[in-house]
Design a protein around this ligand. Sequence first.
Ligand code: PEP
Length: 251
Amino acid sequence: MRKNIVAGNWKMNLNYADAQSLMYQLLEYKKNNQTNCEVYIAPPSLYLTKAKDIFENGEIGIFAQDVSEYQSGAYTGELSVDMLSSININGSLVSHSERRLYHGETDSHANRKIKNLLDKNLTPIYCNGENLDQRKNGDYLEVVGNQTKTALFTLSAEEIKKVVIAYEPVWAIGTGETATAEQAQEVHAFIRDLIANQYGKEVADEISILYGGSVKPENAKEIFSMPDVDGGLIGGAALKIEDFSKIIEGF
Ligand code: PEP
């Protein structure tokens, strides 16, 4: 059975005091509420060790927002998989659309990062999705298909099963414009079929595919109710406990 997951991407937000305060609120929430999904957060890397201390019993999965494609060495500013592993981080987002847009990341980079993470038993949350022009031109399935193949199809069946995919149409990220539940379902089912054709249905059925793009308390339940949507990657609405907890309760 694949997992239902709600993951918060904090991006470059919150100072240290505010980040700790949100972590303690989340810990309190997790202690007092039974959730029907796994909950992850991806805080800024500077706060990862603190997050591991606060969630010392693994109440919430702690993820980096990015990881290097290289193992170690002269790569100023980068974090390696070994470093994340050495403080028991659960995994990392890979190729979020903002990394693609502002840092020139491609699916070939994603492929190398994903392989590195899996080699150390860390979970990649691989992000893909089309931009507005590609949606309007009707090319979106082809775009997402090519992204998925390049980033993932060199993996073995055992490896790909451990990847979490986040379909995040770029036109819906941080814009307030959300894909409809049907639009999300169409692409999620397409990704799952693509994986089933390559690796078999059993493998495809084990992979959690999250939707990301302006998920809010008001729309989470409907989006999560779709058969191939296994949760959400949440940006803005992950920064307030009131909103994030209501999204978690969408399951
Ligand atoms: C994201 O950054 O992954 C995201 C989905 O952002 P938002 O929820 O703010 O659109």
